[in-house]
Every structure is written in structure tokens, then in C-alpha cells.
Design a protein around this ligand. Structure first.
Ligand SMILES: N[C@@H](CCC(=O)NCCCC(=O)O)C(=O)O
Length: 250
């Protein structure tokens, strides 16, 4: 039996004189080693994407983090800081693909930017600068720190009792997570249910309520040093099992 195929979005990044489609190694490796699936990187072709062709081979979708932000125009706001990176090609590719994947019941795991873009795809909005919102903590990493420190556990999240995530994590009530984001959920999309919150109230994890398939989105980075974190291993294993299940019953 072949491994389940998991789509992983590419970002558009300028390298030297040319734009490239890129996917960060740690996400691709987490699909292979944590979920035991076959990662398939999909280009950010925007409106030229053949969503049906991609979903016809997909047993899962994993939405990655990225330094780029979802364009605020997609949730009806003006850009507060136009100097921050954007990726309109990824937005145009992934927002429709997310909606189509959920409709088909294809298992979906979303991380950081992916968590934010899924909320926008389903009608939610974002805080463009969480740290500037009254009462909210600063969820950004310190750029001057080593990567090791940037991705180290930074704050606690409290899990929704009886939720999908709490269940995957063996009934845990709270876990420590890393934190590397300037944006965050403002208004949660109507079809989403909160799975975890930070102490300042920011939504840190959600699922699609009444989804046919597995859906889980987290604001933190479980793909970082996956094999050293028992919570991340459980999360990726649960996603991989859902992809295997989908593959068997597709
Ligand atoms: N740009 C958004 C999303 C943040 C995000 O995904 N950061 C991860 C970047 C590096 C990585 O992939 O590990 C925001 O700032 O909120």
C-alpha cells in the first residue's frame, strides 16, 4: 500500500534575480517522519491552480507557516504595515483550495500562517499586530535570539476540555508551546470551534465544527524538532492516521 499523499503549499520567494516556489524543509520532513505520509509540494499558481486535479490525488493537506502575512484586503481591511511581507500567489492558491478540501472531508492540519489563512478562507479576520492590541501579549519571537531559543516553549495554552486536541493529547488540560507570530485571530470564522487559548485570550488552536474529516489548526510550531516533543508526535500521528483512513475510504 502506498503512503497517503499530503499536499504542502509552496510560498513564492525571491532568490537572487528570480522568484521561486519554496517549502521549508521542517514542514515537509514532519509530513514524512511525523505523519508517515508522502509530502507533495504544490506550486502557488493562484487562479491557474487546478484544484480538482490536486484534490483528486490528495489524502491530506498540511498548511505551513511562513514569514508572509495573509493580505488584509481578504478580510476587508487596509494593510496597517505595508512593509511586512505578503504572498498574494499563496493566498490566491490556498484560500479556495482550503474551502474545497474541507468540503470533500480531506484531513487538514494547519500551522501558524496556515492557521491564519484557514480562518480567513472561512470568513474570519485577523489582528494585524497582536502586540498592539490592548491586553494582548507580544507573541513574536526575538529575532536576535538563536533559532533554538526562538522555537523554545514560550507560553502556556489551555485546551478546551473534551476537545479534539485535548483528546489527542491524552486528556491534557494545558501545554507549553512556542510562539513566532505577529498576527493572530481576531474574529473566528463562524464554522470554527476553539480548541485552545493563550492566557491573554488569543485563540491558539481550532477545528472546523461538524467537518466530515479531521481538521486541526494551531498557531504554534509542532513541526519544530518534532521527534523531541511528545505532544507534537501525537498531533502528527493523529493527522497521519486520519490521512490513512481517508485513503482507505476515498
Ligand atoms: N506571518 C504571520 C505568520 C507567522 C508564521 O507562520 N511564522 C513562521 C515563520 C517561520 C517558520 O515557518 O517557521 C505572522 O507573523 O503572524
Amino acid at each position: 500500500m502506498r503512503r497517503p499523499i499530503v499536499l504542502v503549499p509552496a510560498c513564492v520567494n525571491q532568490i537572487g534575480a528570480h522568484p521561486y516556489h519554496t517549502a521549508q524543509l521542517k514542514y515537509v520532513a514532519a509530513v514524512a517522519d511525523g505523519a508517515h505520509c508522502a509530502p507533495l509540494i504544490i506550486p502557488a499558481l493562484g487562479a491557474a491552480t487546478d484544484i480538482e486535479a490536486l484534490l483528486a490525488v490528495a489524502d491530506g493537506v498540511m498548511l505551513t507557516g511562513s514569514p508572509s502575512n495573509v493580505h488584509a484586503g481578504l478580510y476587508g481591511e487596509a494593510l496597517l504595515d505595508p512593509s511586512l511581507p505578503l504572498d498574494p500567489a499563496r493566498d490566491a492558491t490556498m484560500l479556495p483550495l482550503i474551502r474545497a478540501a474541507i468540503q470533500r472531508g480531506i484531513p487538514l492540519l494547519a500551522i501558524c500562517r496556515g492557521f491564519q489563512e484557514m480562518n480567513v478562507a472561512l470568513g474570519g479576520t485577523l489582528h494585524q499586530a497582536v502586540h498592539d492590541v490592548e491586553g494582548m501579549a507580544d507573541h513574536r519571537e526575538k529575532k536576535e535570539h538563536t533559532l533554538e531559543r526562538q522555537y523554545a516553549p514560550a507560553h502556556r495554552v489551555l485546551l478546551e476540555p473534551g476537545g479534539r486536541l485535548a483528546q489527542i493529547l491524552g486528556g491534557a488540560t494545558g501545554i507549553m508551546v512556542n510562539s513566532l507570530h505577529g498576527q493572530g485571530i481576531n474574529r473566528l470564522a463562524p464554522t470554527l470551534a476553539v480548541e485552545a487559548r493563550a492566557d491573554d485570550g488569543l485563540v491558539e488552536a481550532y477545528r472546523v465544527e461538524d467537518a466530515i474529516g479531521f481538521t486541526l489548526a494551531v498557531q504554534w510550531h509542532p513541526e519544530w524538532r518534532l521527534s523531541e516533543n511528545p505532544d507534537s508526535i501525537k498531533l502528527f500521528s493523529a493527522f497521519g492516521e486520519a490521512c490513512t483512513e481517508y485513503q482507505h475510504h476515498r
